[in-house]
Design a protein around this ligand. Sequence first.
Ligand SMILES: Cc1cc2nc3c(=O)[nH]c(=O)nc-3n(C[C@H](O)[C@H](O)[C@H](O)COP(=O)(O)O)c2cc1C
Ligand SMILES: C=C(O[C@@H]1CC(C(=O)O)=C[C@@H](OP(=O)(O)O)[C@H]1O)C(=O)O
Length: 388
Amino acid sequence: MRYLTAGESHGKQLTTIIEGVPSHLPLVADQINESLIRRQGGHGRGRRMQIEKDLVEITSGVRHGYTLGSPISLVVHNDDFKHWRDIMGDAPLADDAEVRRTISRPRPGHADLNGGLKYGHRDMRNVLERSSARETAARVGAGAVAKVLLRELGIEVAGYVREIAGIVSEVDETLSLKERAAISEASPVRTFDEQAAGKMMEAIDQAKKEGDSIGGVAEVYVEGMPPGLGSYVHYDRKLDGRIAGSVMSINAFKGVEFGLGFEAARRNGSEVHDEILWSEERGYYRRTNRLGGFEGGMTTGMPIVVKGVMKPIPTLYKPLQSVDIETKEPFQASIERSDSCAVPAASVVMEHIVAFEIAKAITEEFPSDYFPRLKRAVDDYRKEARSF
Ligand SMILES: Cc1cc2nc3c(=O)[nH]c(=O)nc-3n(C[C@H](O)[C@H](O)[C@H](O)COP(=O)(O)O)c2cc1C
Ligand SMILES: C=C(O[C@@H]1CC(C(=O)O)=C[C@@H](OP(=O)(O)O)[C@H]1O)C(=O)O
């Protein structure tokens, strides 16, 4: 499976094309809409989210509620486009046109300056329109399709918030995925500990009041993984590596950890590795899951636990210094609207991005043209793994 997205933040629409989804997988737009709506929420989002109501149109690859095995294309319209029609239209402009307002002032922390230089865009709107995290709506669309496939195979994926601005929300490690998903879904900051959630919201409000922004840590938990997915034989087949790369590709993500992650550096081996047990009922399993479900680039069959670090939102009401590329004069970057914290939304994005990588690995490792055949192969393999 692979996918591409197209679309500018304030352009007409976002488009996603997904290739390699097996045929005969039941799929309806509402399953994707549920994910899109979840991505829009969370305390700390800016005014743009009040304008958009993300709903998908499936424009190919699905017929009568089932996938065809042909490319699936998804479209999400930008409701804000009606306010940007003149600025974002595709028709050539007259040299003296009113709307030829160019952006010559790069915002620190954004793609503006590097992207402008790279593509020769002296109007940096041509960069920011595509580098915007609006694109994550298109990626969540692809991940939502992956989640449908995984669910049919007994694999569930949940994303939630573990930390905002240094406030950590502890998670009871015995909670099942269903419990994690239900509790975080009910929280305005998508987390567990109500007390921590209250403090997180205060921190977000405070940052907003001060014209500042804050970041945090999202976690994704995957249950029902067959063991041995991924491979140790080549660097680019290690599934933890692939997941880490795709998490790092989310806008504003600056680090990834599996299980104990960086804490492993501070512990002895006996406090890091997960002892192997076997029972008739479970097959092989681990006493602990400190390595977050991976050994040798392959799944152990224990839940995957992966964290991603999101930096604070770069556009600030409090001005940051930058340089106008036309005059080379310094200026103080200021803005009209922005999110002050998007970690809750980003946890939903991360959930879908991890889901896509897992679905992709499964469709590479098992026959994947026809969904019932894929399911039979995965079920057989699970049986084999139990008694190996
Ligand atoms: C869900 C989500 C929402 C975001 N919202 C904003 C925003 O409102 N304002 C902003 O400046 N950056 C926002 N960002 C982050 C920027 O898109 C990102 O920092 C920028 O494109 C530069 O990329 P980099 O941080 O990965 O280097 C958001 C990111 C995500 C994942
Ligand atoms: C539109 C979304 O997020 C946007 C991501 C974003 C950025 O710079 O990344 C900037 C903001 O957009 P605008 O400049 O239009 O207010 C966010 O609202 C979205 O998540 O759907």
